[in-house]
Design a protein around this ligand. Structure first.
Ligand SMILES: [Zn+2]
Ligand SMILES: [Zn+2]
Length: 254
């Protein structure tokens, strides 16, 4: 079985003491690779060296919607960085997050647009973070059609998923699809066509059941896969094969 963690933060300091062991555990658990997602523009070097050190890893370029910065990056800045890190396979994570108002919503929207425009100029997929901001996120995506990419750590409604699928987006589920109270989210995970489904950990955050409360790591994507396969009534190997193939197709990875 070959699983792929389509969204994690293995470059974060949370893994500085045992990153090599974490990667070794991935191999044992059949997790063949992961996408390391950028959340700020100051740590691109760290992402690059992580991906060069461990085979099976790719990385993206982006500034998280709720990450405070002194100078807002425009499209030129993003394009210049993309030239400096030509291995990137996606732009993001970007999007809108109104859960915590660390960054003003109007600033977030401008930032989101700059990311989408950069992705379109480079013909790269966009990794979208949408939290408590469905209407505005989907409205901006509607303006830029066609946009290819993924709604990461999806935690919204069936209606929002349907609209994103209509735009051609993939939908990615993380540990929260395993949480006891999240029956409605499991219904969404059941309804997404298998050809548009991705799985992720978003580690080090949000560890799935039965690892809740622990530091999350890419190996735990197996629990996300098992829960969605169970919900859909298909073998986990089939879900693993489909989600890995989807990730490779979306991010154009060998
Ligand atoms: Zn996110
Ligand atoms: Zn993330």
């Amino acid at each position: 079985m070959a699983l792929f963690d389509s969204h994690c933060h293995l470059d974060f300091p949370h893994f500085d003491d045992d990153r090599t062991q974490v990667v070794a555990r991935m191999a044992e658990a059949g997790v063949g690779g992961a996408l390391l997602v950028s959340v700020d523009l100051d740590h691109m070097e760290r992402l690059q060296s992580c991906c060069r050190e461990y085979p099976g890893f790719s990385y993206s370029l982006g500034l998280h919607p709720n990450h405070e910065v002194e100078r807002e990056p425009d499209q030129q800045t993003l394009l210049a960085l993309a030239r400096r890190y030509p291995e990137i396979v996606a732009i993001g994570e970007t999007g809108l997050d109104y859960f915590r108002h660390r960054v003003d919503p109007e600033v977030q929207k401008r930032r989101f647009r700059a990311h989408i425009e950069t992705a379109q100029a480079l013909r790269l997929p966009v990794i979208i973070h949408m939290r408590d901001a469905d209407a505005d996120t989907l409205a901006i995506l509607r303006e830029y059609q066609p946009v290819c990419g993924v709604m990461h750590c999806f935690s919204s409604t069936m209606a929002a998923a349907e609209e994103a699928l209509g735009f051609g987006m993939y939908i990615s589920f993380s540990g929260n699809v395993t949480f006891k109270r999240n029956d409605a989210l499991r219904e969404v995970a059941k309804a997404v066509p298998l050809g548009r489904l991705l799985i992720e950990t978003d580690s080090p955050y949000l560890a799935p059941v039965p690892m809740r409360g622990k530091r999350n790591e890419p190996t735990f994507v197996a629990h996300v896969a098992a829960r969605i396969a169970e919900t859909r009534g298909i073998p986990v190997a089939e879900l693993a094969a489909a989600t890995t193939a989807n990730a490779k197709a979306l991010f154009k990875m060998p």
